[in-house]
Design a protein around this ligand. Sequence first.
Ligand code: DX5
Ligand code: ZN
Length: 217
Amino acid sequence: MAYKILCPSIMCADFGSFRSEIADMDAAGIDQYHMDIMDGEFVPNFALSWADFAAVRKMTSKPLDAHLMVKVPSIHLPYAFKNGADIIYVHYESGNSAKYLQEIKLNGRKAGLAINPGTRIEEVQNLFPLIDTLLVMRVNPGFAGQSAVPEVEKKLAFLADMPNRKFSIRLDGCVSPDVISKWSARGIEEFVCGTASEMFGKKRGLRTYKEIVEKLR
Ligand code: DX5
Ligand code: ZN
């Protein structure tokens, strides 16, 4: 069985019952939580607020990441530090990534770079020595339930075959059970589980988190 880190996307959970949602996912053996922070400008949507983040932080001791889909990361980074984010992803497309990645490391957190489907590896590879993890978006960020952008497959194949890779790769957006089995077999380690994973929404049906996590493992 290939090694996998499963990270439920909390923007897809039931906002009316965060406490039992988190308790059930913790008990089901998920590895980390994925927290989508949006500003309504970098993406035309809002997801979790820092108040939501702080609330979830108190409910679990598992690692929380902060996926910053924001135009101005410098406004949000102090909140990520204050609220105990373990891994912080800034988008390459927000600009000034080297500065932000360095600031994240200086604050003792794992530094992550997120890249949109349209961003090429050649544009970002000079930042690889600064990162612990690369978040590869399979959809244009902002909304759950979208279809994958097909061109991302080539980028993933390149990354999977990269010799001596020193950072982990996390896939986000339209990550289905098939996507998890295909790419974990090729050495990609981490998966954001939203609606496509069958962990949330209509595709979940009547199954429990435990059953879904067992299926995805
Ligand atoms: C999208 C978010 C994702 C989202 C993925 O912008 O970054 O975390 O929840 O969920 P699905 O599986 O619905 O694409
Ligand atoms: Zn995300």
